[in-house]
Design a protein around this ligand. Sequence first.
Ligand SMILES: [Zn+2]
Length: 217
Amino acid sequence: MQLHCFTVGLFSVNTYLIVDPATKQAAIVDTGESEELVQRLRAMDPPPDIRAILLTHAHVDHAGALTALQREWEVPTYLPRLEIPLFESLPEQGNWFGMPQLNRPCGRIDHLIDDGDEIELGELRLRFLSTPGHTPGQGCFYDDEDIIVGDTLFAGSVGRTDFPMSDPALAQKSLRRLLELPGHLRVHSGHGPVTTLARELERNPFLAFLRKERGLG
Ligand SMILES: [Zn+2]
């Protein structure tokens, strides 16, 4: 896939535009919480042929601008099924962080996705891996070269599990599954720089439990 990263909003969240090189059909992954992504996408020349909106998870920095995007692009929107409870909290999520100005409307969901599902985008096949823990249903979208992981894994870190609806034990299970994918996969996280699964398995301090399990020093 071709990937454009747009870092937007108060939380410097990485949102992505995935483009199928064959047909130029495109999908947005995550939204930010402000109008910024809409503006950045509208400034693209030629304009992207946006066919879908995908959400890795429903924290306000990743899903809060969904209605703003849907006003601009009336396209099918995909949410991990297990993420529904968190998604439904968007109108009061700002309160959790002491920032009621960040409460957002939910927007429209057209497709609920489950572990192992595939989404077609032109000739691209995006696979979905469910990696709950940071949130009840967060997940990753990937092909043979790239994986967009939301807040599951960062370069040198992992997603926090001290939020309402987080589950640290589930997060460990999810990291174990994620790191079973091929090491060459380029990891595009919800915050921070690009890395690879192999690099993180080698040196991420939060994956020491996996190195131990696998006898990797
Ligand atoms: Zn998050």
